[in-house]
Design a protein around this ligand. Structure first.
Ligand code: ADP
Ligand code: ASP
Ligand code: MG
Length: 423
């Protein structure tokens, strides 16, 4: 008998019928004698609808759900956290109707304690005692609302950022010392790239924590980045699997595990892409000490994350062009800040584009193989794809290209590194 966490995403709980299907998966594990905590997302589309309502009601959203009025930030969380409350209650009712004792838990009742960064709060601690008491004294399934917690000093409801139910699930698994955390979604595992855009993507049996962390950070939305961080640091064996498999005999899915536990290591394991990038170029910036800090200091002060940076020395050797990327949501804010600094920085012109995408290749094998990125630059050039910026690090490289070429670039790199499944 083991303790398990089972998490079901929005598509898996999209209707009452699908919630009944989820209950059948839970029943299988309960019948096998396990203690189960289930974490649920809101029905698919619900969170978007709730966010829209908050905006319609007149909150003043800045980038990344940062509402200008501090009070509005916490009310945003009150509204958007409600989607998960509905599904946790519905699943508990469904399980009870099937004769399986169950009760719902909201983040504040457990409690799941978070920071006060409303809209993107970080989990600080989870108290698993009440869930464990429910297992031990009442043999009760705990149905937990994902995505939400509480900032205890203020007593206010918080949410963990989009896709945050994955993080709720892994954090709860760590808190109750679960043997496993199963993330059920609408695909049957982690693939070499998004199977929606590359039908020849292959399912991976195992993927290392480090690679999954990079894939998630670079745009593979199958897991929220923070959930992978917690799985890695708290050593939670985490699987990604499908809720659409037969509840009586589902496939195990993909295990996220230590690199040492993977026998066959590829040079490149996966390709990710992110449209959440905007490019800004400052032309003819004076090429002198202190200029980079005059540009990037104020952006950092405004909490704008700069990602890729390239500096090109121009022909006259006294000026330079600087190109960099910021999250799309911060594009307008970044431009406004830089417009205000035109005299201080001394640039001739600012241009920008949101029609760009960052395509990345990830693999621990890059540590020991040279020329992996160079091969990609050649292959992309052969397809006529212009590279606007490049970044590399130990186990990944990324290129910034026009978004019109997203699918072509992802497919090209996917084939180039031998990731396509046999036709
Ligand atoms: P949920 O609502 O269950 O949390 P998400 O939509 O957040 O589901 O995540 C699942 C989706 O992630 C899949 O439908 C798939 O299109 C996308 N995805 C992106 N990259 C990958 C990948 N490398 N492997 C599997 N799925 C991926
Ligand atoms: N419902 C939230 C969202 O759509 C959290 C989640 O699904 O993980 O972002
Ligand atoms: Mg998700």
């Amino acid at each position: 008998m083991a303790r398990l966490v089972m998490k079901f995403g929005g598509t898996s709980v999209a209707t009452v019928e699908r919630i009944k299907n989820v209950a059948r998966h839970v029943k299988r594990e309960v019948d096998a004698g396990h203690d189960v905590a289930v974490v649920v997302s809101a029905m698919s589309g619900k969170t978007n609808e709730l966010v829209g309502w908050v905006k319609d009601a007149g909150a003043n959203p800045a980038a990344n759900h940062e509402f200008i009025n501090i009070h509005d930030q916490s009310e945003y969380d009150v509204v958007v956290a409600s989607g998960e409350q509905v599904t946790s209650g519905l699943l508990a009712v469904t399980l009870n109707a099937m004769g399986i004792p169950a009760r719902s838990w909201q983040g504040w009742q457990i409690p799941i304690m978070t920071s006060d960064a409303h809209g993107s709060a970080r989990i600080q601690d989870v108290n698993g005692a009440k869930l464990i008491e429910g297992f031990e004294t009442r043999r009760e399934v705990a149905v937990v609302s994902g995505f939400q917690g509480v900032h205890e000093p203020t007593g206010r409801i918080s949410t963990l950022g989009r896709g945050g139910s994955d993080t709720s699930a892994v954090a709860i698994a760590a808190a109750i010392k679960a043997e496993r955390c199963d993330i059920y979604t609408d695909v049957d595992g982690v693939y070499t790239t998004d199977p929606r855009i590359v039908p020849r993507a292959r399912r991976l049996d195992k993927v290392s924590f480090e690679e999954m962390l990079e894939m998630a950070s670079l745009g593979s939305k199958v897991l929220q980045v923070r959930s992978v961080e917690i799985a890695m640091t708290q050593r939670v064996p985490t699987y990604v699997r499908s809720s659409f498999d037969d509840p009586a005999a589902p496939n195990p899915g993909t295990l996220i595990c230590d690199e040492e536990d993977i026998m066959e290591k590829e040079v490149v394991t996966g390709i990710a892409y992110s449209k959440d990038e905007a490019q800004i170029t400052l032309r003819r910036v004076a090429d002198k000490p202190g200029v980079a800090s005059a540009i990037f200091g104020p952006l950092a002060d405004a909490n704008i994350n700069v990602d890729m940076i390239i500096q090109v020395v121009s022909d006259d050797e006294t000026t330079t062009d600087i190109t960099f990327t910021v999250p799309t949501a911060d594009f307008e804010r970044a431009k406004t800040i830089l417009s205000g600094l035109v005299d201080k920085i001394g640039y001739a012109k600012m241009t920008g584009s949101t029609d760009v995408v960052k395509v990345s290749a990830i693999g621990v094998g890059m540590r020991s193989h040279a020329g992996v990125a160079a091969k990609a630059f050649r292959a992309l050039a052969e397809k006529g794809i212009n590279i606007r910026a490049i970044t590399t690090s130990e186990i990944k490289f990324s290129v910034l290209i026009d978004s019109a070429y997203t699918e072509l670039a992802v497919r090209t790199l996917h084939s180039l590194y031998g990731l396509d499944k046999a036709a």
